[in-house]
Design a protein around this ligand. Structure first.
Ligand SMILES: [Zn+2]
Length: 289
């Protein structure tokens, strides 16, 4: 917990008092705050709740944040219409500083916050759109073929989840690493005949989904891919190394899409992986109004 007396310079205290004075707060009001802690608690609770100006969210999230300024700096200036539609950051300090319901760390440390875009310039930002925009990102490459060499034609080049689905123009707060990883599922799957695997995957996915806390949902593959790329862009860490996350989309073969990073490649699959545990991607739901 911060020691405000030590950390806030006198000039800031004075500026705050001046503003409060302009708003009609008197010495008497401040005294009441000290002698009526239940009143103060209520006031502070509403101050810590979202939404908040995104600059404050960036200050809290540090490297785990990618907003309008970062998009403009690294990729493309947002269109003026897009800029107008960007809302305040929907989650408050209370959520970002709380204990994570999925892993127990602090939310700001194990989540990545980003502004989702539907388009970059006039191009839709689908998974294929990302692939054209940055087939390689420093050391991180899209994995597009099973012989290990980069190709422009991917197995998902005609799949709806990669060609049509985009993130919405809104704020996202995603868990950085997959959650509810169930390694035994891979072992079970490997023993199953091929025709049963699809049902088995759907069953495992539904079970994982049911175990997610009510505050979370499983995002689309484009949302998970965007998060992985931006996390790498910001931190240069392969945070999802050898971890795959199921996403909500279903491929034309009937499997859930999984997304992850293996060595230095971003891998998009549709049957999970025999070698690594497959968890689910987790996206914090927007707070209800
Ligand atoms: Zn967590």
């Amino acid at each position: 917990m911060e020691n405000l007396v030590k950390e806030i310079p006198l000039s800031e205290v004075m500026a705050t008092l001046e503003l409060l004075g302009h708003l009609g707060v008197t010495r008497n009001t401040l005294t009441r705050l000290r002698v009526r802690p239940e009143l103060t608690k209520q006031l502070v609770k509403s101050m810590l709740r979202g939404p908040m100006f995104h600059k404050f969210a960036r200050d809290i999230m540090g490297k785990n944040f990618f907003g309008a300024e970062e998009w403009s700096y690294f990729y493309h200036e947002l269109r003026s219409k897009q800029r107008l539609e960007v809302t305040d950051f929907p989650w408050g300090e209370d959520v970002l500083n709380s204990a994570c319901l999925l892993c127990g760390k602090t939310v700001k440390d194990c989540h990545f916050a980003f502004l989702g875009l539907d388009r970059i310039g006039d191009k839709p930002l689908t998974i294929l759109g990302w692939q054209k925009l940055c087939p390689t990102l420093g050391d991180l490459n899209f994995f597009s073929s099973y012989d290990g060499h980069f190709k422009l034609i991917s197995w998902y080049a005609k799949e709806q989840f990669a060609t049509k689905i985009m993130t919405s123009l809104r704020w996202y707060l995603l868990h950085i690493v997959p959650v509810l990883k169930d390694t035994t599922y891979d072992q079970q799957k490997a023993r199953l005949p091929a025709e049963l695997r699809q049902d088995e995957q759907a069953r495992a996915y539904d079970q994982q989904k049911a175990r997610l806390p009510a505050e979370y949902e499983i995002p689309s593959a484009i949302t998970e891919v965007t998060k992985n790329l931006l996390v790498f862009r910001e931190t240069r860490n392969f945070m999802n190394l050898q971890q795959r996350a199921y996403c909500d989309d279903i491929t034309s073969r009937g499997y859930h899409v999984d997304v992850g990073i293996n060595e230095n490649t971003l891998v998009i699959g549709d049957m999970g992986s025999i070698n690594y545990g497959v968890g689910v991607a987790a996206s914090r739901k927007l707070p209800s109004a």
